[in-house]
Design a protein around this ligand. Structure first.
Ligand code: G4P
Length: 528
């Protein structure tokens, strides 16, 4: 297959959801369709059980699973699908946000009983920042959920997106009878535990056919007719271009656990989902079909074995072809590097690959050369833009309990923050090291890993900050004065960018009003 066709047959995406909505179950059904796994239950949930927040074995187990299932590649109808996994636990949300920078589209799973939940909102915000095309799967139709119209309205309103139903449900819960495919105009009747190879649909050329009454009963047939008229009248055919521009989201109804409604979605996905896209870089736009390799690291995973400090860097190929043992230019370090054992991932197996194309994710062995956002090229100097860090929500001071281990502690802090586990700030007017995280669980992970991997014992002291903002100004004197007067609330991040640590929304708003010459940024772009 030629270079161009290789890229055109790739689709790289992530499934996102609030925990428990059914992401793992849906992932597994996709893999079954793709023949990547043979039996249900092969994909372990990457959830950290609610009761196990302090159980480090659980965290380690979770880390093991998430490396293995980080990227799942499979083929379906000659399309090569790269499915990137995202952590379910909200404390690891930052990891999920970064993974979303490496995909070309997403499938959002919504639980029909719970509707839009917290995490759903935040994840959609990140998708919107990048105009990522979204397909919505409304799951658990076999349970008594919210009404179909109410659900659609809630999703549209809460997530501020425009929906386009592709299938339409006939009842829900015990009365769930199936879905009508508005695009193909056929009916799939619900049966629990549909097999991957089952492909039984009833084509309905005319909804007014009496056959429909026989199949669904008069009442449900009448409701379906009415619904379809209403929905079709409003929507018409899906405008694929609008979907690709993230202006409209196709919606499917189904039940992942019963493998119902999944195939319709997968078939549509391979038909409409975007191929690997061109990407904006600091100096120019990089076209996916350029023959020279370029790509970036969006995630770094530490080895499970503390005796080996090597890590796996997840590298998204953005253009060209990646080859084993070829020298590439590491832009930040300005040095040439090559990889003798690049990995591709497939469910639980890792295998060494010879080459990879734009759209693929390659696992690179790393001994500390990489941090999030690093770029490899064939010589040109640029970074990809749009890989932001968001403000942490909990801030704590690092207290070194063993001064003899200061060096190890510093190294550990740098390496863990390179991995993106947390953000590190140094307060001005002192050397106070401040760790910022999205969730409490991460502090436990950091404390544990500093001790076990670096031999450094630390404690954390809570700090009264609620948000970090990155500051810029055209007036350097103003910025200098601000940091001088607000020493207790200012510092720098690891890359030397100035940050303001706000105690409360009130303080933040006051400073914004009082300092019009200074811009307060709520996320930092790693590379602008
Ligand atoms: P997540 O990855 O989004 O966190 O969700 P996951 O797939 O683990 O699913 C969460 C729970 O919802 C699981 O039950 C799963 O079996 C169930 N589920 C998924 N899809 C459907 C569906 O279509 N209908 C119904 N009724 N349930 C569904 P659990 O009891 O938490 O776990 P398990 O013991 O069944 O694995």
């Amino acid at each position: 297959m030629n270079f161009k066709d290789e890229i055109l047959r790739r689709r790289t995406f992530a499934i996102i959801s609030h925990p428990d909505a059914g992401k793992t179950t849906l992932t597994e059904k996709f893999l079954l369709f793709g023949g990547a796994i043979q039996v249900a239950g092969a994909v372990k949930s990457n959830k950290i059980k609610k009761s196990a927040t302090s159980d480090f074995m659980e965290i380690e187990r979770q880390r093991g699973i998430s490396v293995a299932t980080s990227v799942m590649s499979f083929e379906y109808k000659n399309i090569l699908i790269n499915l990137l996994d995202t952590p379910g636990h909200k404390d690891f949300a930052e990891d999920t946000y970064r993974t979303l920078t490496a995909v070309d589209s997403v499938i959002l799973v919504v639980d029909s009983v719970n509707g839009v939940e917290d995490q759903t909102r935040r994840l959609m915000e990140v998708c919107r920042m990048r105009d990522t095309p979204v397909i919505v799967f409304i799951n658990k139709m076999d349970r008594d959920g919210k009404g179909r119209f109410d659900l659609l309205e809630e999703i549209e309103k809460e997530l501020n997106i425009s929906l386009h139903p592709m299938t339409w449900p006939i009842n829900s819960g015990k009365e769930f009878k199936g879905v009508y495919n508005l695009h193909d105009q056929n009916l799939r009747l619900f049966s629990a535990n549909t097999k991957a190879e089952d492909d039984e649909t009833v084509s309905i050329s005319n909804l007014n056919d009496a056959e429909l009454d026989e199949m669904l009963g008069e009442k449900d047939a009448a409701i379906l007719r009415e619904d379809v008229e209403l929905v079709d009248g409003v929507n018409g055919e899906l405008n694929v271009d609008d979907y690709l521009k993230a202006k409209v989201s196709p919606v499917f109804f189904g039940s992942a656990i019963n493998n119902f409604g999944v195939k319709e979605m997968l078939d549509t996905f391979i038909r409409i989902a975007p191929v690997p896209q061109d990407r904006e870089a600091t100096t120019r736009e990089v076209e996916v079909m350029e023959p020279k390799l370029s790509g970036f690291v969006f995630k770094i995973h530490a080895n499970l074995d503390p005796k080996h400090r090597d890590r796996i860097a997840f590298f998204r190929v953005c253009s060209g072809r990646f080859e084993r043992n070829k020298y590439y230019h590491h832009v930040r370090l300005d040095k040439d590097v090559r990889f003798s054992n690049p990995y591709s991932f497939l469910a639980r197996e890792k295998s060494v690959i010879e080459d990879a194309y734009a759209g693929d994710v390659v696992g690179l062995f790393d001994t500390g050369n990489f941090k999030i956002g690093d770029t490899l090229t064939e010589g040109e100097d640029f970074f990809f833009t749009g890989i932001p860090s968001f403000s942490p929500e909990i801030f704590k001071e690092v207290v070194n309990k063993d001064p003899m281990k200061t060096k190890q502690l510093e190294k550990g802090l740098l390496q863990l923050t390179d991995e993106g586990v947390a953000q590190l700030f140094t307060q001005f007017g002192g050397t106070k090291k401040i760790i910022g995280c999205v969730g409490e669980l991460q502090f436990e992970v950091i404390q544990y890993r500093l001790l076990h991997e670096y031999g450094a014992a630390v404690e954390f002291r809570a700090l009264p900050f609620y948000k970090a903002c990155w500051l810029t100004s055209g007036d350097t004197k103003k910025l200098e004065d601000f940091t001088k007067f607000k020493q207790a609330n200012t510092g720098e991040d690891k890359d030397g960018h100035i940050v303001y640590l706000a105690q409360s929304e009130w303080f933040l708003n006051t400073e914004i009003t009082n300092n019009p010459e200074i811009t307060f940024h709520f996320s930092s772009e790693i590379h602008k």
